[in-house]
Design a binder for this molecule. Structure first.
Ligand SMILES: *[C@@H]1O[C@H](CO)[C@@H](O)[C@H](O)[C@H]1NC(C)=O
Ligand SMILES: *[C@@H]1O[C@H](CO)[C@@H](O)[C@H](O)[C@H]1NC(C)=O
Ligand SMILES: *[C@@H]1O[C@H](CO)[C@@H](O)[C@H](O)[C@H]1NC(C)=O
Length: 301
């Protein structure tokens, strides 16, 4: 039996969104939460759930992974956990993924989840064991105590080596380095800097991609149906991304207003005017994008 992708799509509050899009949420006021209560049973339980239900062919020692995690985090100042500190933990959970299924995204989290749920072939970071185990959690240790700090953890911005950020940084890098075949990147054309060098995609994953392993980087720029239409394949920071890809020897395609993504947006929150175009187009068998002046694709070898 296959498990629906939606079961992997936890609701993820602002914290994780800010983590992945770290520089986007600098001024967001939020309480300084401590380590997620019951973190051990949650993490170990998710690990067992992953290896028993989601990917039963995998053989991992969930208790050992947890021990390596504690080793990295505990008895450390809460701002002093580097990606290297997690290396033993990552070594305990090697994972490889089939080619042509890697999905990267930036500032498109909600849509990415429904896209991955519909186009079942996609793998995102959250589908990996480490992504699944630590999604949505917060943690930090304390220098003079052997336990987690459940009362407060530092803000991301306060730390160079934040324990949560370092883990996601390494996880993202591993994920990107594994990527092969055709990969897909979902960007948000309703934001300024749809591609940002400060996002996890722009700062870690892009550099981790290997042009020898990746056949095509297929970029999809998606805007909110109701706008604003700020960036596209030919406008704004996406152009910078295409130049970087080009200079590093990647083949790429870039698509504005991907039809599947637009239909998904219509299903999620029908906006009468834009979705009528969509629906009529489908019913009539016409190209639903024919009224969109920014529609179209560009391609480079
Ligand atoms: C940070 O960790 C390193 C090695 O783990 C240690 O040498 C250093 O003293 C720590 N610094 C702080 C401020 O805790
Ligand atoms: C684009 O980003 C804005 C602001 O973060 C967000 O509200 C919107 O849902 C995003 N659009 C898509 C298609 O992900
Ligand atoms: C990879 O992407 C290119 C360009 O979009 C496409 O022509 C090709 O069919 C894709 N290959 C696979 C295996 O999906």
């Amino acid at each position: 039996m296959t498990v629906p992708k939606t079961s992997l799509a936890f609701a993820i509050p602002t914290l994780t969104i800010c983590l992945v899009l770290l520089p986007l949420c600098p001024g967001q006021p939020r309480a300084q939460l401590g380590t997620t209560p019951n973190i051990k049973p949650i993490v170990v339980g998710r690990c067992y759930s992953y290896i028993s239900l989601i990917n039963p062919r995998l053989r991992y020692d969930c208790e050992a992974i947890w021990r390596q995690f504690e080793e990295a985090v505990l008895r450390q100042s809460s701002c002093n956990v580097t990606v290297e500190d997690y290396h033993h933990m990552f070594n305990a959970m090697p994972q490889s993924w089939p080619c042509d299924r890697f999905l990267f995204w930036s500032k498109t989290r909600t849509l990415m989840h429904s896209y991955a749920a519909v186009v079942r072939d996609f793998w995102t970071l959250e589908d990996t064991l480490v992504g699944y185990m630590f999604n949505d959690l917060i943690w930090c240790g304390q220098e003079d105590d052997s336990g987690f700090d459940f009362s407060s953890c530092p803000e991301w911005s306060a730390c160079r080596n934040h324990p949560v950020y370092s883990l996601w940084r390494q996880a993202s890098q591993n994920f990107a380095e594994m990527a092969c075949g055709n990969i897909t990147v979902l960007l948000n054309g309703s934001t300024v800097n749809a591609f940002s060098r400060k996002s996890m995609f722009g700062s870690v994953e892009l550099d981790g991609l290997n042009p020898e392993r990746v056949d095509y980087v297929n970029i999809k720029v998606v805007t909110n149906l109701e706008g604003p239409h700020l960036e596209s394949c030919s406008q704004g920071s996406v152009v910078d991304l295409l130049q970087i890809l080009q200079s590093r020897g990647f083949r790429w395609t870039c698509t504005d207003n991907d039809q599947t993504l637009m239909i998904l947006q219509c299903i999620q929150g029908p906006k009468p005017s834009s979705c009528r175009t969509c629906g009529n187009g489908l019913l009539d068998g016409k190209d639903p994008l024919s009224n969109e002046d920014s529609g179209g694709s560009v391609e480079a070898e």
